[in-house]
Design a protein around this ligand. Structure first.
Ligand code: UDX
Length: 433
């Protein structure tokens, strides 16, 4: 098959690697760049520097078909590229704003290596206006070739990134001209998804608005969960009942220990700081964040209700990653909860199918066990933190017999309260007692 387009992808985290592998799967010739030598060396050996279902196979398949290769050299990446996707990190600055230093650096390095007309496609989440700023900078530089800048935010969920790329609800393209937008849209045409073409600032805003809306739904259902506990209602059925209304929908209405990860918390804080910079208080966004951090305290409160003092207690944790099917611990509720339990004098034994190695580095005092039973053995309480599928298939009778006290705090409402009580557990879900 002849290559459809020649594409460089800059920055090989979850987003960059998924984008590179999927664009190669669609038949394009992709050169994927990261400045981290070790990361590139690992990828060249056909291994992954991170855990994402299906991604290793996609990388290997496309590398073998010579549609995907890895480099640390901007010259090599740009030698024949018609498109350069930027997917570098935009970490949070002290004031909450997203730091665009890596985006600016990538553009500066690219500038020196541009060897023909190029469309820079930005996937990194950047403060609104960054795309226009970069475009004006490049115009001022009076380069020998035409260079366009397009915003194309990503909506990939960790754990299902490949399928989100291949089956998107929509593709958003923010461009200066219809012609450039159309060229980027062509890359996505095989996916058959609706394509929203708009200005660059609007595209950048769609990314923040989407994550803020998702985060708001989670905090709202968590607030409703709290009320459910006071009035004896079941939040899961409340979410089902409300979610059947097509205007509302059922997704992102799981009450629990709150949202974590590399996007939702950071993007809501960035949007809040944008509001502050414009002289207004982000009342709703502040509440979304406050409710979310309070959900961590809810778990501790429930443990105390069941066990009294936490000093000397032994707690088992099931799941550490911020969500299932990833090894990512960024802003994972488990980190805050473990630290608080240790501070209160409890000992904590945890099991996670993928995040153990990372957790060992971040929480040296946490004892990591090889399976969920070992984490529960001798415990005064078990807390389910992440709804990995394997926790749905446990021999819970065996778990109860192994525990010192049969307290189970279900931070993701995985189990049926009645069935758990029948099994002899002192069971507490979120918003359903
Ligand atoms: C999110 C966005 O969904 C994605 O579009 C964006 O590009 C990146 O950020 P991700 O962080 O991978 O993706 O995970 P997501 O599935 O959105 O979950 C985020 C957090 O919310 C997780 O901690 C999850 O456990 C929590 N969550 C999710 C809930 O507490 N309740 C829900 O109903 C859904």
């Amino acid at each position: 098959m002849t290559a459809l387009s020649r594409i460089a992808v800059i920055g090989l985290g979850y987003v960059g690697l998924t984008t590179a592998a999927c664009l190669a799967d669609l038949g394009n010739e992709v050169v994927a760049l990261d400045t981290d030598l070790r990361r590139v060396a690992v990828l060249r050996r056909g291994r992954l520097p991170l855990y994402e279902p299906g991604l290793a196979e996609a990388v290997q398949r496309n590398a073998a078909a010579r549609r995907l290769r890895f480099t640390t050299s901007y010259r090599e990446a740009l030698s024949v590229a018609e498109f350069a996707f930027i997917a570098v990190g935009t970490p949070e600055k002290k004031n909450g704003h997203a730091d665009t230093a890596q985006v600016i650096d990538a553009v500066a390095r690219m500038r020196n290596e541009i060897q023909g007309p190029l469309v820079i496609v930005n996937k990194s989440t950047v403060p609104i206006g960054t795309g226009n700023l970069v475009r004006r900078e490049l115009e001022r530089a009076k380069l020998a070739h035409a260079v366009d800048v397009v915003s194309n935010p990503e909506f990939l969920r960790e754990g299902s990134a490949l399928s989100d790329f291949m089956h998107p609800d929509r593709v958003v393209i923010g461009a200066e001209s219809a012609e450039v937008a159309d060229r980027v849209a062509k890359l996505y045409e095989p996916l058959g998804a609706p394509i929203v073409v708009t200005t660059t600032p609007t595209a950048e805003m769609i990314k923040y608005a989407s994550n803020a809306l998702l985060a708001t739904r989670i905090s709202l259902i968590n607030e409703i969960a709290w009320i459910c506990e006071q009035v004896g209602a079941d939040v899961k059925i409340v979410a089902d009942g409300a979610g059947l209304d097509r205007r509302i929908g059922r997704s992102m209405l799981e009450a629990g220990v709150g949202f974590g990860g590399s996007c939702l918390p950071k993007d809501v804080r960035a949007l809040a700081s944008m509001v502050r910079s414009s002289g207004k208080q982000p009342e709703l966004l502040n509440a979304v964040l406050a409710i979310n951090s309070d959900q961590r305290r809810v778990v501790i409160r429930k443990l105390r209700e069941c066990l009294g003092q936490m000093d000397g207690r032994r707690v088992g944790l099931w799941g550490l990653s911020f969500k299932p099917n990833t090894d990512d611990l960024r802003e994972a509720p488990s980190l805050d909860i473990t630290r608080e339990l240790l501070r209160l004098g409890a000992s904590v034994r945890a099991y996670d199918p993928a995040a153990s190695a990372q957790a060992r580095r971040l929480l040296p005092r946490l004892s990591i066990r090889r399976d969920p039973y070992a984490a529960a053995a001798g415990a005064d309480a078990v807390v389910l933190m992440t709804e990995w599928n394997e926790f749905r298939e446990l021999d819970l009778e065996r778990v109860r017999r192994m525990m010192r006290q049969p307290v189970l705090i279900d931070g993701r409402n995985v189990y049926d309260p009645g069935a758990m009580r029948d099994l002899g557990f002192i069971y507490r879900g979120i918003g359903r007692n």
